[in-house]
Design a protein around this ligand. Structure first.
Ligand code: NZQ
Ligand code: ZN
Length: 392
């Protein structure tokens, strides 16, 4: 196991009706003028925003609002948010929604105290200061409620890029699983895929002797394999929703990845798909992640056998470990398909002829990425090609 620091300062407020306490938590963390930042309307339609306003009013906290965050959130709304916070003297941002609203809130939070263009942070500049943020989560997926990361798309050229800093971590995150019951099955499945991908990006490591984090990863993955079909079949199953919502946080606040090298190439390769086609991040991952696995599994066949046997219940074939590794990957892909995810370019709405443009935008030139297996542009091309033609 490698040396590590683990920092996860967010207060998680979990359970039924907890959103009605958001005013108290804003107060606890020093907010007096709030920007409520939300998405395209689901939070208004469900009545959630009404309850959030009521709670803020009850705590004597004034607020302004900015809705309209799109999935794959755009820089254009971030600029609007920064202007609004400055002109209204906002000192706390409350994101109500999923990863997109939270990431947009984080970008605004970093941009308000910064003199330059906030996009600098998404081009490599480190973030030293940000307004405090809080979260009321409505979808178990991105894990942004517990992470220090934010992913924003620059509208001009549709460049999707990430930034990260501990100052972006939410002061509190309210997780009421019942709020996710209004999600369409497709979004539920996209979220589940993203949660599993966050674990896999950490699971496929070159660090040895990491039993504790291996087992934590497997616990999250096994939970997702068990609970996701239950909520697809019965969207109102609170208990299954609750397990998934906590799994989404555990998968991405850093806990299951401490002390080990990580990968993240599947995420990078997917981000180019969601930038180009504006598809859901989880759907893009369903197409990319098993394809990446097929491309790299020979690097450490036994690690893939471990996944196959412990997570997907495969029998170990000691004469032919490669067969076990491949069976694990096949079961993963077929699980994704069973929950309604696309598994190839055609099902995602992507085009094979765009592969050179996708690789170009990925932007590594003649270099290589880091990770479990360092990839060249040719390798990434190959992974997109596998993804284009994947079948069960
Ligand atoms: O906008 P509204 O109307 O709210 O609709 C949303 C949106 O259409 C809908 N939705 C959310 N909660 C709902 C609901 N519909 C009905 N009932 C509810 N309770 O679901 C759609 C997707 O929402 P979004 O916030 O985009 O989902 P998600 O949480 O998957 O976030 C995706 C974004 O997060 C980024 C992704 O790249 C993508 O841009 N990521 C952020 C990470 C981070 N900050 O740590 C890590 C991830 O790997 C990921 O890259
Ligand atoms: Zn993700």
């Amino acid at each position: 196991m490698d040396n590590f620091n683990f920092y996860s300062p967010t207060e998680f407020v979990f359970g039924k009706d907890r959103e009605s306490e958001c005013g108290e938590y804003v107060k606890k963390y020093g907010g007096s003028k709030v920007l409520i930042h939300y998405g395209g309307g689901s939070a208004e339609r469900s009545g959630l925003l009404g309850r959030v306003r009521e709670s803020l009013n009850k705590s004597g906290i004034s607020f302004v609002e900015l809705g309209g965050v799109k999935p794959n959130p755009r820089d254009t709304l971030v600029y609007k948010g920064i202007d609004l916070c400055r002109s209204e003297g906002v000192d706390f941002i409350l994101a109500v929604g999923g990863g997109s609203s939270i990431d947009s809130a984080k970008a605004i939070a970093a941009g308000v105290p910064y003199d330059g263009d906030f996009w600098d942070f998404y081009s490599g500049k480190s973030i030293e200061k940000a307004l405090p943020i809080g979260v009321v989560l409505t979808i178990a997926a991105a894990g942004s409620e517990g992470s220090g990361d934010s992913v924003i798309t620059k509208e001009d050229g549709m460049l999707k890029r990430g930034a990260g800093s501990d100052v972006l971590r939410s002061k509190f995150s309210i997780l009421n699983p019942a709020l996710t019951q209004t999600l369409p099955a497709y979004q539920t499945a996209c979220g589940a895929t993203d949660i599993m991908a966050h674990v896999f990006e950490r699971y496929f490591t070159n660090t040895t002797e990491v039993e504790i984090t291996d087992r934590l990863c497997e616990a999250v993955l096994i939970t997702m394999v068990k609970e996701t079909p239950r909520v697809i079949a019965d969207p109102d199953n609170y208990d299954a929703r609750a397990n998934i919502m906590w799994a989404g946080m555990v998968a991405h606040n850093g806990l299951v990845g401490v002390g080990r090298s990580q990968d993240w190439n599947s995420h990078g390769i997917e981000h180019e798909l969601s930038a180009l086609y504006d598809c859901a991040h989880g759907a893009g991952l369903a197409v990319i992640m098993p394809s990446w696995m097929e491309f790299v599994y020979k690097h450490n066949v036994m690690r893939f056998c471990q996944m196959a046997t412990r997570v997907f219940g495969c029998q170990m074939n000691f004469e032919n470990p490669e067969a076990t590794a491949l069976e694990g990957i096949r079961r993963f892909r077929s699980f994704l398909h069973s929950i309604g995810m696309p598994i190839n370019f055609a099902e995602l709405g992507a085009k094979e002829e765009d592969i050179p443009a996708l690789v170009e935008k990925f932007g590594i030139g003649s270099g290589r990425t880091g990770g479990f297996v360092a990839l060249s542009a040719e390798d990434i091309t190959e992974i997109y090609k596998i993804a284009a033609k994947a079948s069960l």
